[in-house]
Design a protein. Structure first.
Length: 94
């Protein structure tokens, strides 16, 4: 995991903290909740899957059968279409 930071005034930070406390969550959880509504985690997971596929093809592609390589390439293309078409967002809104 990694972190995301925002910079704001001390008064605004207090307002954010009060909202988080009123919901019974931390500031980090509150911000993640807000961000996740805009950028669903499914998108991030799909991007990670593309990276994994690309790394696998780069490192082991020559050792794989043509069918195995083609299956990975097909999956990569499916993911790209999902990401480009915004279908990830639609799936998470339902």
């Amino acid at each position: 995991m990694t972190d995301v930071r925002i910079y704001c005034s001390e008064d605004y930070k207090k307002q954010i903290k009060m909202l988080a406390v009123s919901k019974g969550i931390t500031i980090s959880e509150l911000l993640l909740e807000i961000i996740s509504k805009t950028i669903p985690e499914a998108t991030t997971n799909l991007q990670k899957e593309i990276e994994t596929i690309n790394n696998t093809l780069a490192k082991n592609g020559s050792k794989m059968s043509a069918e195995e390589r083609q299956a990975l390439k097909t999956r990569r293309n499916e993911i790209k279409k999902l990401l480009e078409g915004g279908k990830c967002y639609e799936q998470n809104k339902s």
